[in-house]
Structures are given as structure tokens and as C-alpha cells.
Design a protein around this ligand. Structure first.
Ligand code: HEM
Length: 283
């Protein structure tokens, strides 16, 4: 299919699904409460993904607990019900997810299908081993890897030099992501991230800032972010509430610009420091 036509078909599909998802959500989600979605740890047969949020949604039953045969409307409903994420943010990711499908039905995917490298899954994950990690760590790019997360977590604060308000700022999140990528790049000779992978990884940072923070200001509650990553659970017990305002792709884009600006500032500082360090000493 010519690229222009492909984009038009995708955008038509996206609009069609957004409308349909709104109707499905209105019908299926009436009178549902947080207590209707108790967290349960997955069984050995249940499928899970490299995404801490989708795993949490399955662990709560917003998505099928077995992690199987998920359609885009089901994904949209789950994200609206659990965290009030708008269909315009979910659908593009959902359509990409369908490209990984091994269900035998082009309209559904299993959660573990998402680990297929190079479609959504990428190197430089904050809490998983990379497919390009040195063996034996390269055989699991899907499950939470405490040893990877343990290298990232200290960079998310608290910073001992400053008073800590228990949140992760945009600046801190951007620096932690950059520092982690620089570290794994040095460790993994095969490490590779395309421009799309870098964008996806920035968006993942924006998503946790948006869902657990204060809109476009960041300041995600660190404890809630930890619970998502470490337990694949939504921190309702710790005070997290579904946002009253629907979180849209425009909100994500606003954060994306701020995370990119903070990353650029950090990269510029690193270059300036290097230049200073390498300046020949005066005789
Ligand atoms: C809309 C449907 C979504 C799909 C299909 C999806 C899919 C994925 C996939 C495949 C990854 C793995 C990327 C990697 O290699 O690291 C990922 C990572 C991630 N996702 Fe999702 N995701 C979705 C929504 C969300 C939402 C709403 C959040 C909100 C917090 C979220 C948070 C994250 C985070 C923080 C990561 C990074 C994990 C890491 O770096 O270890 N995702 N997602």
C-alpha cells in the first residue's frame, strides 16, 4: 500500500475506533468501581507483556486476567476505566500492538506478543533486560528485571542534596532515562535504538509522569511509580485515583516537548563539561 493511502486508512480506522470505543465504554462501564477490579498476581499460564501498565491492568481484571485475545476496543475501555486515558492516546498504540499478533485473529493480540522486538518493544528499557543485552540476559526482554530497575531507581530520587517532596520531576525523569541509555549503550555492543524507539521511550516516561503526576507539570508520586513497576499494580490503596480529567494525546505531547527539552539541556551540559575537561592545560 502506498504510504499516503496507508496513513489515511490508519487515521480513518483510528477515528472509527474512537467513536465505537466511546459507545462500548458508555455501555459496559456504568456503575463500575475500583473494588470491582481487585489485584491478583498472575498464574504461570497467564500471559504478560513488557509494559508495566498493561500488566497491571490484567492483574486488576481491567484487561483479561489471562492476558489473551485483547482487541483494541477492549484496550480502550480498560485504559478509560482504570486511568481515564483517552482513546486518541490508546488507539495508535493498540494498532501497533496488533502488528505483533500471534492469536490467529488480526484484530486481537496476547500480552506476551508485545515482546516482539522492533514493533513497540525496544532496547533501553528502564525495568527489563534488552534483547541486545549480553547473554544470558538477552533471553528475556519481557519480564520485570529487578537488577535493571535497581540501577535506574536511585536516579529517580530522592536527591540527598535537596528537600524531597516524594515526587519525580520532569527533569529527573528525563535525566534518569538518558543516563540509563548511556549506561546500557556502554555495556551492550549490539545496543540499538532507532528514532522511533527513542520517541517511544520518551513517551513511556511521559506516560508515568502524566498518570501518576500533575498533568503537564510532571511531579509523579515516586511511591506510585515504584508500585507500578515493581508490583504491576495500580496504587489505589496508597491514594492513587483515576484522573477526573481525561488524559489525551495532547497532554502526552505537551510532556513530550518538556522531556525532550530537559534531555537536550542535559546533553548540552554533558558536551560542555567534556569540552572543559579536554581543554589543553595552560603551560
Ligand atoms: C495504550 C496501550 C499501551 C501499549 C500497547 C503499551 C505497550 C508497551 C510496550 C510494548 C512496552 C515495552 C517497551 C520497551 O521495550 O521497554 C511498554 C513500556 C512501557 N509502558 Fe506501555 N503500553 C501502553 C500504555 C501504557 C500506559 C497508559 C502507561 C502508563 C503509565 C504505560 C507505561 C509504560 C512504561 C513506563 C514503559 C517502560 C517500561 C520500561 O522501560 O521498562 N504504557 N509499553
Amino acid at each position: 500500500m502506498a504510504p499516503g493511502i496507508k496513513i489515511k486508512v490508519q487515521s480513518f480506522l483510528s477515528r472509527l475506533l474512537t467513536g465505537a470505543a466511546g459507545v462500548v465504554h458508555a455501555i459496559t462501564s456504568r456503575n463500575k468501581k475500583v473494588e470491582d477490579y481487585p489485584w491478583q498476581s498472575p498464574s504461570a499460564e497467564d500471559r504478560r507483556s513488557p509494559c508495566p501498565m498493561l500488566n497491571a491492568l490484567a492483574n486488576h481484571g481491567y484487561l483479561p486476567r489471562d492476558g489473551k485475545d485483547i482487541s483494541v476496543p477492549r484496550l480502550v475501555t480498560a485504559l478509560l476505566d482504570a486511568i481515564n486515558l483517552a482513546p486518541d492516546a490508546t488507539i495508535p498504540a493498540g494498532l501497533k500492538a496488533l502488528q505483533t499478533s500471534t492469536t490467529g485473529n488480526a484484530l486481537t493480540f496476547h500480552l506476551d506478543d508485545l515482546a516482539k522486538h522492533g514493533i513497540i518493544e525496544h532496547d533501553g528499557s528502564l525495568s527489563r533486560h534488552d534483547i541486545h543485552a549480553p547473554p544470558p540476559n538477552n533471553n528475556n526482554n519481557k519480564d520485570f528485571a529487578p537488577e535493571v530497575w535497581a540501577t535506574v531507581l536511585p536516579q529517580l530520587g530522592p536527591d540527598g542534596d535537596r528537600d524531597d517532596d516524594g515526587t519525580i520531576s520532569i527533569d529527573t525523569a528525563a535525566k534518569a532515562r538518558l543516563a540509563h541509555i548511556a549506561a546500557v549503550k556502554a555495556l551492550e555492543p549490539e545496543f540499538s535504538m532507532s528514532a522511533d524507539d527513542i520517541k517511544a521511550s520518551v513517551i513511556e516516561t511521559c506516560l508515568y509522569l502524566l498518570v501518576f503526576g500533575e498533568g503537564a507539570e510532571g511531579r509523579a508520586r515516586r511511591e506510585w511509580v515504584r508500585i507500578l513497576f515493581e508490583q504491576e499494580r495500580l496504587p489505589f490503596e496508597e491514594g492513587f485515583k483515576r484522573s477526573k480529567k481525561t488524559l489525551t494525546s495532547a497532554d502526552i505531547q505537551m510532556l513530550e516537548e518538556k522531556v525532550n527539552a530537559a534531555s537536550q539541556e542535559q546533553a548540552d551540559t554533558t558536551v560542555a563539561n567534556l569540552k572543559r575537561e579536554r581543554k589543553p592545560m595552560a603551560a
